[in-house]
Design a protein around this ligand. Structure first.
Ligand code: ATP
Length: 263
């Protein structure tokens, strides 16, 4: 199956500091892969490298291909074309992703117009259909981001990111700012988007929380101190982690879910 994302022997340095150290990671077309690691393990740096958004002080070696196109060493113009059309991003805080003074409808219309060439009535219908797909009522079109709840805003940010039908969606801690119930709704949405076969968008879901990622992804990649220490099918990693760090993560997740008296 052609890859949505292939990272091969990628290293990122800031001066003499190596923050990502020769990692290999593949997300096949339509596959959902979880990237897990503690604070400072290099997850966000990896995401920014894929998006071509690392600061100029970073030095990237190796190869990153998104839908077959090379990112490392690409010209700024080509990177701009890649972002939005081929690779999209959802972060932790939807408020920073959305324009505060523009209605949801007008914002979601931007990628539909720009990347899918829609206009007029077709544009309005497509915008409403996308919001409906993620469980938001039609009146959300006329709302401003500040008038929505955190969970609704994150749904809008996901719609915005998916509207261009990208080959790859990177979601970096998309639920960590949400309460547990809202978190479950947004995870359900990501799961249904990643399972919906029609556009074959690949998903790279980044989190420090193995329990969260395991709900959505069939495959897990565990990072520690800039290196991939283990990767494999979610069921295998959870059932029989091989690296001591993964064992720690799995044990901690089990301890958290084992609520006393809940049996
Ligand atoms: N612009 C930068 N200049 C120098 N060092 C940086 C820069 N950005 C990140 N780093 C360093 O790279 C390392 C990895 O950071 P990164 O943000 O990728 O980790 P992370 O796994 O996403 O952690 P967190 O979950 O806390 O966001 C850290 O040691 C960080 O200090």
């Amino acid at each position: 199956m052609p890859a949505g994302l292939t990272i091969a022997d990628m290293t990122v340095r800031f001066g003499a500091q190596v923050v990502v150290d020769g990692i290999d990671l593949t997300v096949a077309q339509g596959e959902a892969v979880g990237l897990i690691g503690g604070s400072g393990s290099g997850k966000t740096t990896t995401a920014l490298a894929v998006l071509g958004l690392l600061p100029a002080t970073a030095r990237v070696t190796g190869s990153i291909t998104v839908a077959g196109g090379e990112v490392v060493g690409a010209r700024a113009r080509d990177l701009r074309r890649l972002r939005g059309r081929q690779v999209s991003f959802v972060g932790q805080d939807a408020l920073t992703a959305l324009h505060p003074l523009m209605t949801v409808g007008r914002q979601v219309a931007i990628p539909l117009r720009r990347h899918r060439g829609l206009s007029g009535r077709a544009l309005i219908m497509a915008t409403a259909a996308l919001l409906e797909q993620v469980g938001l009522p039609a009146r959300t079109l006329r709302a401003y981001p500040a008038q929505l709840s955190g969970g609704q805003r994150q749904r809008v940010a996901i719609v915005f990111a998916m509207a261009s039908r990208p080959a790859l969606l990177i979601a970096d801690e998309p639920t960590s700012a949400l309460d547990t119930t809202t978190q479950a709704g947004v995870l359900d949405l990501l799961r249904s988007l990643s399972m919906r076969g029609e556009h074959r968008t690949s998903l790279l879901l980044i989190s420090h929380d193995i329990a969260v990622v395991s709900q959505v992804c069939a495959r897990l990649v565990i990072m520690r101190q800039g290196r991939v220490v283990e990767q494999g099918a979610t069921t295998r990693v959870l059932g029989g982690p091989t690296h001591p760090y993964t064992r720690e993560l799995v044990a901690a997740a089990r301890a958290l879910t084992a609520v006393p008296g809940a049996a």
